[in-house]
Write a protein that binds this ligand. Sequence first.
Ligand SMILES: [Zn+2]
Length: 413
Amino acid sequence: MTETNRAGRPFPNLQYCVRCCVPQTQEGVIFDELGVCQACQSAEQKIHIDWAERERDLRRTLEAAKASAGNNYDCIIPISGGKDSTFQLHVLTKVYGMKPLAVTFSHNWYSETGWYNLQNSLEQFNVDHIMFTPNRSLINRIAKHSLEGIGDSCWHCHAGVGAFPLQAAVRFNIPLLVWGESIAESSGRASYKTPVRKFDREYFTKVSAKLRPDQMVRDDLSERDLYPFNVPTAEECERVGVYGIHLGDYIFWDDERQTEFVRDTYGWRETQIEGSYKRYKSAECIMPGVHDFANYLKRGYGRATFHSSVDVRAGLLSRDEAWELIRQNDGVRPEGLDYYLKITGMTEAEFFQTMEKHRRAELKKTVIPIYPKREPNEERLVPHPQQLIEKVMLAKAQPESEAAPVAQKSESA
Ligand SMILES: [Zn+2]
């Protein structure tokens, strides 16, 4: 008990949801008159929804898409190789017999585990796949301006995952896009009672990218550089009849069960994820720790707050246990920051100064504690392609007698 009493709300001057751990600084959060956040209200709705009826709805939508596809693909499925996309692929191909075109916007920050998961899912489900990968120099330049512009490291990913599936839909003339988790699941932006069915091509700009490509233009970032991040025009989307659904609005979404399922059935692999105690969200990327640490500096909460709130809603954690996990995780300086500073040329002091500018007014006079990371991260936080190249270069640099053990060692690792 002493342990749990020690934690409590991280910033006593902030209002938190009375059920979970979501603070008033979460973007778009709305508390009802009892102080309950919208995600908690959604979690309650989720129990009372007629999921059998929703599933029939989904079947009708997918059957209609199949009927009108002809020889073309039935739908587009945006995948990262994460647990959600592996589960989406299972549902679409194995349960509903769809022929999807899988598309990936690569943030080019793939972790080794993430790369394995992506390739493994393509092998497991036999789907055709297209990936767009912006070049290294471009990403490094954007990453630097991203922090200044939107207060996190990941503009190119936010914008790209929004734009590329739409570009593919328009270019390949495939109207239906199928995403995973419902927007109602953990954000306050939608409700299970009124799932988002109407298609909004600027959704990702509004919720995550914040700035349009033309607003990211800088001395070393031209409009031409940023061209791949543009969403198609409204006319183009209309011509194809683009629309999107989230499977989580039609199927009862349970992250923990799904993770076990894709792990045991398809060999999906978990890994350590900086800033959280969970091992399956954003496993494909080396940078979620930096993204969420930036959020912590801005808004006073990080990934552990987000995840433990989900677990409190699902009845997997008590609120006291959640506060403790938040205390242990949210304020830890991520190891990924070393790579971020290297690619942007920023100093650590510049990073913190930039974040200071983004800090929410409610936290301006508050000390935001930061703790060192105690153990090195399980896997190296360097993009997988660069690790591959290093490995080959290293083997080349060794005299022949030493080269063999290096190769063996890396295979067994
Ligand atoms: Zn809540």
